[in-house]
Structures are given as C-alpha cells and as structure tokens.
Design a protein around this ligand. Structure first.
Ligand code: GLC
Length: 525
C-alpha cells in the first residue's frame, strides 16, 4: 500500500497519487477462496485465515465479489439485503473483523456493489410486485403489454430469452437485463437513488475503502426503452446502454463517496468493450475513479493486439485525464492460462505484462498459482451463465482435500497437487514466487507503478516498452512467440525479473527464450 488509510493524515496530499492509482488489487471470489465453516463454500473467516498468503504475496487491496444475503440465482449478484452478510459467508461481525485485520496489515478492502438490479426476493421487489399501487411500484421497470408480446426486443443475459417477465397477478411485464430473478431497478425514481446511496454510506461508514460497481453503465435507461437495432440484439454495445443520463447518476454516486474522508474509490464495470466508449465514464474526475478495461480479457495472446490495445487505451484515457486498469482474469471469463492454451510459459509472461503496464492491475485469486479453469461436468454445473470453470476453489495444499475441510461446491482446477499455495511457496521457481517478485519489483519502482509508457522497437512477435518516472527506468520485453527472439538494447541492462527466473540479477543477454518476458533495469554507461 502506498497511500494512507482513510482518516489518516496525508490522505489528500496533492503530490502523492491516490492509492487506487498505485495499488495492485486482488479479486477474491468468496465462495471459492477458503472455507472455515466446513460447509464446502468459502467464507469470510476463511479469507481472514489466509490473509498471510496475501500479505506475503504483496498485493495492496482486496475486492470481494458479493457477500450479501442472496438466493444465489446468480452467485450473489442477486442481492436480497444490501446491509448484511449472507450466512454462508458469515455475518456483520465477521465482516468487521476481517476489515479490521485487512487494514491492520496495511491493505484495503473493496466490496462489490450491484446497482442495476436486485434479487426478486429483495423486500423492495416483493413490495413492488405486490400491487400496481405499491409505493415501490416505480422502483422497478414495469410496462404494459399482453402476455404474448414483451414490450421490446431486449434479450436477457444467460437465458437468451426476452429481458422481460410477465407478472400474472398485476398484469404487467418487468424488465431484467439478466436473470428473471434479477429485476432491474429504475434509477430515474429519486427514492431508488437515495436508497442505493444509503447502501453505499452503510458500508463506507463501516470503513470499506471502495467498491467495484457491477454493470454500472446499465443504470441509466431511456424511459421509452426503445427496441435495439436488430443486428445488435443480444450485444452489450448498444446506444441504449450508453446514455447521457448515466453520467448524471454517476456524479450523484461519486458525491456520496466524496462525503467520506480518505480517498474512497469506485471501479466500474462498464462493459462497452472500447476504451473510447468507456473513457467518458470517468467524467471530469467526478464520476468513476477507475473503469475496467476488458479488451485484454477478450483478445488473443499476440504482440500486435497488445501493442494496439495499450496505445488505444492510453490515448482514450489520457484525453480525459483518466487512469487505466488492466485485468486478465475474473469470475466471468475463462482464466487467461486457459485462454492462452494452458501454457505455463505464457501465463508467466502474461503476469510480467499485467504487472508492468501503466495503470492499476487487477489480479484474480488463483492466477498467482497459474491456475487453469476446472473441468466441470454437466452434473456439477451451478452457474446458469456457464462460468463455473473459472470459479473453482483455490487449492491451498497438495493433499486430496487441498486445504478444504470438506468437498467444495465445485471441482478443483487441474493439477492441484502441484498448483497449490503450499507447494508453490516452498518452490522459489514457482509461478507464485514469480508473482511475488513482480509485485515487489513494482512496489520498489516509481517507473513501474506510475511512470510513462513508450514502445521500444522490437522484432515481430515481441512487445517491448520503457517505463520512466523521476529518473527511475525499466524496460519490459515480452516474447509472444514460441521461438527465441533477439532484443539487443542500445545500453547495458540488468535482468530484474524474468518470467522463467533465468539470469535474474545478471546482465541482459539480448535474447528472449520462447514465451519469455523480462523486466530490465538499464544501466547507463
Ligand atoms: C456482472 C458480474 C456478473 C453478474 C452480472 C449480473 O457482469 O460480473 O458475475 O452475473 O454482472 O450482475
């Protein structure tokens, strides 16, 4: 952690970049991190018991996927009570204890906040659904129609069917961009805005450092709810999901965070898949602090793809003075090692890239062990969106139980006898130790955590760049090819970190092994 904690002196020191620009954030999927209660599902006490792993690794901030009471139709992204903890994870007391211990270790904690929809079991929706005259009818998007014709052509995520469900009792349709169990809130209703702001205040008062805002670009809606152009039905990138009114709503949300001392921050899931479309969601420093950049999670392992993604991202965000984010894996997409063909060498090189780009990196629990997605049989499937593979439990030990007191809710990822925290901690050549060396190199180098980025000429299939701040410099080179590549530099350099562990501390040889990546410290003569 490089910035002070909320309330500590210096939180607003103008010369120091805020923590959310310099920290490395680690996403934890609570169901799958560690189980203390022995019911096969991870929980907050399990997280607390493994904070040593995270401090030793050297991450700065934790983001927990939803921990609120939920019927779990969408693994907690269907919230039925915003101000409590689901019993499967613990309770408010265990949460407070976890938060205190995270802070005591000098780390920060962000929660997932789900503003676009609630569970259909949330008291707000039960009330809204009870009658057309309910005072909360206007909290959700109810529309007239007939049972055979939904009000527009929008499709729901995960079901592929209409984004509308007909309510027999009250004879209207309600909108749900996700499952029917996740009705969309109507943010044009002032009482909804106030209620959701109060949810933020509830957790901010408890001391959380910020939030990851789930599909936050969807909260603004054109009240006419017009049809999507037919060719865009079923995609995320439609005008109706990118409206001016959303920016007004985001300014209101930001004002709530700004009521609290200590740089509370929000990173938004703005899934518009283009840096130019996402950039405006930062406003003029009065909307989101950060927004996810999902392009790398969707693109190939290819030098040209990365070169153009990096320069497009930097161009779009610097135009609005916003700060980039980088993410390779999360709970919604196949893990990057799986996407990159299962190769450990590529997964290692990708770690070098992720932790040396200009912007805030987000790690996803288990990537530091080089995990691939679990193979989940049809009988073991839980998620209606088919995302179980990347949500498999984290293996802690080499034995058959892998540190879980009972069989967990999903199968373990492949090769857990070797890809587990204990085995890799004992092996200095492991992926885990590579992540630790990278995190330490990053922390110790102003160039890496906040410096400029310039491409360095490199042969085909190699991406090389220089980072520079306050006289501190690093050159990073990533070989995307499965063949060696020469990268002579104009000046001598020392290898600080190599994805293969080769030659660290020695002079740069000028040659990258297949799928190797290095962090070099130039030593001007
Ligand atoms: C986001 C979450 C995803 C969830 C969806 C609906 O995309 O990351 O897991 O299913 O929103 O809340």
């Amino acid at each position: 952690m490089t910035g002070p904690h909320p309330g500590e002196p210096g939180a607003a020191n103008p010369g120091t970049p805020p923590w959310w620009r310099t920290d490395v954030v680690y996403q934890l999927y609570p169901r799958s991190f560690a189980d203390a209660s022995g019911d096969g599902v991870g929980d907050l006490e399990g997280i607390r018991a493994h904070l040593d792993h995270l401090s030793w690794l050297g991450v700065d901030a934790l983001w927990l996927s939803p921990i609120y009471p939920s019927p779990m139709a969408d693994a907690g992204y269907d919230v039925s009570d915003h101000r409590d903890v689901d019993p499967v994870f613990g309770d408010l007391e265990t949460f407070d204890r976890l938060l205190a211990e995270v802070h005591a270790r000098g780390m920060r904690l962000m929660l997932d906040w789900v503003p676009n929809h609630t569970s259909d079991q949330h008291p707000w929706f039960l009330d809204s659904r009870s009658s057309r005259d309910s005072p909360r009818r206007s909290w959700y998007l109810w529309r007239n129609g007939t049972p055979d014709a939904p009000p527009n052509n929008w499709l729901a995520q995960f079901t592929g069917g209409p984004a509308w469900t007909w309510d027999e009792r009250t004879g209207q349709w309600y909108l749900h961009l996700f499952l029917p169990e996740q009705p969309d809130l109507d943010w044009s209703e002032p009482a909804v805005r106030e209620a959701m702001h109060e949810v933020l205040r509830f957790w901010l008062r408890r001391g959380v450092d910020g939030f990851r805002a789930d599909v936050v670009h969807l909260i603004g809606k054109d009240p006419a709810l017009p049809d999507h152009p037919p060719e865009l039905v079923g995609t995320n990138i439609v005008h109706s999901h990118d409206l001016p009114v959303t920016h007004e709503l985001l300014r209101g949300i930001r004002a709530v965070l700004d009521e609290f001392p200590g740089d509370r921050a929000m990173v938004g899931e703005v899934n518009l898949r283009s840096p130019a479309l996402v950039a405006p969601y930062h406003g003029v420093g009065d909307e989101l602090h950060l927004a996810f950049n999902f392009l790398p999670m969707l693109g190939p392992w290819d030098a040209d793809f990365w070169r153009s993604t990096i320069s497009d991202t930097l161009a779009a965000l610097s135009a609005v003075e916003a700060w980039p984010t980088w993410v390779l894996s999360n709970h919604d997409n196949p893990r990057h090692r799986t996407r990159y063909g299962g190769s450990e060498e590529r997964a290692r090189a990708a770690a070098v890239l992720l932790l040396t780009l200009p912007g805030t990196p987000f790690l996803y629990a288990g990537e530091e062990l080089g995990l691939e997605d679990a193979v989940v049989s049809p009988e073991q499937r839980v998620d209606p969106g088919g995302r179980d593979g990347c949500r498999a439990p984290v293996p802690w030990t080499p034995d058959a139980g892998h540190g879980w007191p009972t069989q967990p809710w999903l199968p373990f990822p492949p090769d857990a006898a070797a890809r587990n925290a204990a085995t890799q901690r004992a092996d200095p050549t492991s992926v885990l130790h590579l992540y630790r060396r990278l995190l330490s190199a990053r922390r110790g180098s102003p160039a890496l955590h906040r410096g400029s980025w310039t491409a360095v000429p490199a042969p085909d299939g190699v991406l090389a760049y220089e980072r520079r701040a306050d006289g501190d410099r690093r050159v990073v080179a990533v070989n995307f090819r499965d063949a060696p590549a020469d990268l002579p530099l104009a000046e001598p350099a020392t290898v600080q970190v190599a994805s293969t562990g080769r030659d660290e501390g020695a002079a740069w040889s000028g040659t990258l092994l297949p799928s190797e990546a290095v962090v070099l410290v130039p030593t001007p003569t």
